[in-house]
Write a protein that binds this ligand. Structure first.
Ligand code: UDP
Length: 323
């Protein structure tokens, strides 16, 4: 197969490129390098089955040509990272809604299957943990920028499902839950790469709020393997799948864990949410996926523990940044 990966120079996209190439496929990666980086894919440049296009997915003429030449689209390009979203909401909303609209419209023109990367943000402040795909999303007010991301991705899901129902376009939606691994940057807010860098530099680890909020961190390798299986499975078409790990940890415990595994002398500094993001910032207390649906269809079961993944990320930062 020839696959088009939008956001193919991003953290998850670059790992997906690799997995597709290793499975013998051809890959065209498109990325505007707004949050992605050439360093993530430079090692693939020598592969004759890999091509990189430096362009935005908002360029419909380019997307038309690339999608017409591919068999399937993995749509990962999006504005991501809570900090980036709060800082630049116009970019977030426009990239996510207009970008996905172009991808789906062109894919429909050529009848190409689309895997849409979505997010656990869709569940918003819901307290109905673990989150099931058919559970309610609970959004905050439009005056809080954080919710722009969840709503823009929800609109992407609506549009993808509408193309499927109304036009028969084959789509598969994967909701990623706090995916982590080598190459993820902490520049746009993600907690694990931030804590690891802070610990390796001997700086205080910045825990936002009281640190009692919890997350489940999934290894990118587990997530992309499931993405490929779902993309290939006829039974996944028209459906939504949670992809994540179910091992839950509070952010304060994560900070202690990172300090312990790096052997760092760093301390922990608590930072109020208002200072970290924006006044009135709302965070979710718990976020845990119910992964039963993907388990039933493709036997999805994460193989990496949080400790495994943290150790690989620590090793990555030690090598790439000589920390
Ligand atoms: N967080 C933190 N310190 C940081 C960055 C993030 O305590 O330097 C917290 C953040 O407030 C949230 C959790 O870590 O409660 C996960 O944040 P991230 O941005 O990685 O993902 P989210 O789950 O918010 O999408």
């Amino acid at each position: 197969m020839k696959a088009l990966v939008t956001g193919g120079a991003g953290f998850i996209g670059s790992h997906l490129d690799e997995l597709l190439l290793n499975a013998g496929h051809e890959v065209v990666a498109i990325d505007d390098l707004s949050t992605g980086s050439e360093a993530n894919i430079r090692h693939l440049f020598g592969n004759s089955r890999f091509r990189f296009v430096l362009e935005t997915i908002a360029n419909e003429a380019v997307m038309d040509r690339l999608i017409s030449e591919c068999d399937m689209v993995f749509h990962l390009a999006a504005a991501v990272g809570v900090e980036l979203i709060v800082r630049d909401p116009v970019h977030t909303i426009e990239t996510n809604i207009m970008g996905s609209s172009i991808v789906l419209r062109v894919a429909n023109r050529y009848r190409r299957k689309v895997m849409l990367a979505s997010t656990s943000e869709i569940y918003g402040k819901s307290a109905d943990v673990p989150f099931r795909e058919d559970g309610d999303g609970v959004m905050g007010p439009t005056t809080h920028q954080r919710w722009a991301y969840a709503n823009s991705k929800a609109m992407d899901e609506f549009l993808a499902l509408a193309y499927h129902k109304q036009r028969g376009l084959p789509v598969v939606i994967c909701r990623f839950f706090n995916t982590i691994g080598p190459r993820q940057t902490g520049r746009y807010g993600m907690v694990v790469p931030r804590f690891v860098r802070q610990a390796l530099r001997g700086e205080p680890l910045t825990v936002y709020g009281d640190g009692q909020q919890s997350r489940c961190f999934a290894d990118v390798a587990d997530v992309i393997e499931a993405v490929l299986k779902l993309a290939a499975h006829p039974g996944a078409v028209g459906n939504v799948y949670n992809l994540g790990n179910t091992e839950e940890i509070t952010i304060i415990d994560l900070a202690h864990r990172v300090i312990e595994r790096t052997g760092s002398a760093s301390t922990i500094a608590t930072v109020p949410y208002d200072e970290a993001y924006e006044p009135g910032f709302e965070d979710m207390r718990r976020r845990v996926p119910d992964i039963g649906r993907a388990a039933a269809l493709i036997g999805y079961q994460p193989r990496h523990s949080l400790n495994d993944t943290l150790d690989r990320i620590i090793a990555y930062y030690r090598t790439t940044e000589r920390l």
